[in-house]
Design a protein around this ligand. Structure first.
Ligand code: FES
Length: 105
C-alpha cells in the first residue's frame, strides 16, 4: 500500500472532542472518533443493521450503536457485546498539519 492511499478526510479543527463524527472518504461512510489526543476510524455502518455509529454514544474507546446498543472498540473495530458479533473494519488515521487523513485501499 502506498502513501497515495491516504485520503484527506477533514480539517483537524472540525474533529469533535471525545466524540464521533461521520465523514465520507472515497465514497465510504467512515466514523472518526477522538479519545483524548488519539483519532480512530472505522466503517460508520453497524455490522448488525443499518444504523450509523456517528449517531451513537462514545464512551472512552467504546462506541454504542444507536439502534440496539451493540458496542464496538473503536481502536480496532472488534465487537464488545451482543447483539453485534461481527467487527467493524478499521482504518489507519493520521493528523498532519491541519488536516485529518484516513488510509483506505
Ligand atoms: Fe447496531 Fe443493531 S443495528 S446493534
Amino acid at each position: 500500500m502506498s502513501d497515495t492511499n491516504w485520503i484527506d478526510a477533514l480539517a483537524a479543527d472540525e474533529l469533535p472532542t471525545d466524540d464521533v463524527i461521520g465523514v465520507e472518504v472515497n465514497g465510504r461512510d467512515i466514523a472518526l472518533y477522538t479519545v483524548g489526543d488519539a483519532v480512530y476510524a472505522t466503517d460508520n455502518i453497524c455490522t448488525h443493521g443499518q444504523a450509523r455509529l456517528c449517531d451513537g454514544f462514545l464512551d472512552g474507546h467504546e462506541i454504542e450503536c444507536p439502534l440496539h446498543q451493540g458496542k464496538f472498540d473503536v481502536r480496532d473495530g472488534r465487537p464488545m457485546c451482543e447483539p453485534v458479533t461481527e467487527g467493524l473494519r478499521s482504518y489507519p488515521v493520521k493528523v498532519e498539519g491541519r488536516r485529518v487523513f484516513v488510509r483506505v485501499d
